[in-house]
Design a protein around this ligand. Structure first.
Ligand code: UFG
Length: 345
């Protein structure tokens, strides 16, 4: 039996990271988790152990800790890295930009330096549809020009993409996530927002659970069919599976060899939209939740939220064809799984 490939998963106890750990295991990889527990809980490791049937390797620490990261590479010799570890709250990034640049940009550089030193040249990177800003046309393609970032958070994702493109010794699958929602079907892992949630689905499920009084729909006067903003919501399990497809591609495409041989037609950096290709308005999401769960959502339409784009959803042709991945779970499943997770919290 050949040994499983070790994959370093930074931020592996977070929302998307923890689901990806399960999918990596399912696909025959051995996930090695590093997480600083800044926005996650150690209980997630217990849940992963239960779901995996073994306790995965876990190191509590920070990607900014150079000695720790170097040590991880020496001890575990990961053949690729999935880099989730980053701060992700738009408002917080406006209040504390230094923290965002330190963690999201300096942390990436520290990680890349360790990878280079240890000859690890494969990475899957968590980017975001936020790099498109308010697009002129929808759906957005990977070739759609990016717009100046509206927040330090968005700027860190754009900077990270530039850094990864320039370091063309490293083969990168850059995944631009749309709006990840839902939870594992067992409801043993899911999203754990700290404090008052900023995002729609955790706020909605907490409202239905009685933790919040009422959901405010941010703006009902946009130029959309029902006046509310449109997003491409994607089930976190579909998103996790996209990471496995990206890892598989890193081990099969031979792209980095072609780049190192000087093939001008090959780029070490590839970017993919990870969405369903379908946009839903906030009111459509609320209706889908009520229909899928039989619960009523207490909401009212309020003012617009500063910084919201009106409508964005993904063109998924490239990811479907090149990566061979497409989202399988519908909005009703996303809502059901999010609600089951909330009830289990
Ligand atoms: N919304 C509400 N009420 C809420 C929360 C959200 O109506 O209480 C609406 C928002 O106005 C928006 C939609 O629900 O129309 C989705 O909002 P989220 O906060 O859940 O997600 P965003 O679309 O704002 O987030 C996306 C990406 C992030 C990225 C951000 C940057 O998912 O990764 O854009 O703008 F950081």
């Amino acid at each position: 039996m050949t040994a499983k490939r070790n994959i370093l998963v930074t931020g592996g106890l977070g929302f998307i990271g923890s689901h990806t750990v399960l999918c990596l295991n399912e696909a025959g990889y051995n996930p090695i988790i590093i997480d600083n527990l800044h926005n996650s809980k150690i209980e997630v490791l217990d849940a992963l152990e239960e779901l995996l049937g073994y306790r995965p390797v876990f190191v509590q620490g920070d990607v900014n800790d150079e000695a720790l990261i170097n040590g991880l590479f020496v001890t575990h010799s990961p053949e690729a890295v999935i880099h989730f570890a980053a701060h992700k709250a738009v408002g917080e990034s406006v209040d504390n930009p230094l923290m965002y640049y330190q963690n999201n940009v300096v942390g990436l550089i520290t990680l890349l330096a360790a990878m280079k030193a240890q000859d690890c040249s494969k990475m899957v990177f968590s980017s975001s549809c936020t790099v498109y800003g308010e697009p002129e046309t929808v759906p957005v393609k990977e070739s759609t020009p990016t717009r100046p970032a509206a927040s330090p958070y968005g700027a860190t994702k754009q900077m990270a993409e530039v850094i990864l493109k320039d370091n063309n010794w490293c083969e990168v699958q850059c995944l631009r996530y749309f709006n990840p929602v839902g939870a594992h079907p067992t409801a043993k892992i899911g999203e754990l927002p700290l404090g008052v949630p900023n995002n729609l689905i955790p706020y909605l499920t907490q409202t239905v659970a009685g933790i919040r009084e009422k959901l405010t729909v941010y703006g009902g006067d946009y130029h959309t069919a029902d006046g509310t903003c449109i997003r491409d919501y994607i089930h976190v399990m579909d998103l996790a599976e996209a990471h496995v497809a990206a890892i598989d591609r890193l081990f099969t495409s031979q792209r980095i060899q072609k780049v190192l041989e000087g093939d001008p037609s090959t780029d070490a950096f590839e970017v993919f939209n990870i969405g369903t290709g379908v946009g839903y308005s906030v009111l459509e999401v609320i209706n889908a939740f009520e229909k899928a769960t039989g619960e009523r959502v207490n909401y009212s339409v309020g003012n617009r939220r500063a910084g919201d784009v009106v409508a964005v959803w993904a063109d998924t042709e490239k990811v479907n064809q090149v990566l061979g991945w497409s989202a399988k779970r519908d909005l009703a499943t996303m809502m059901k799984d999010a609600w089951n997770w909330q009830k289990n919290c």
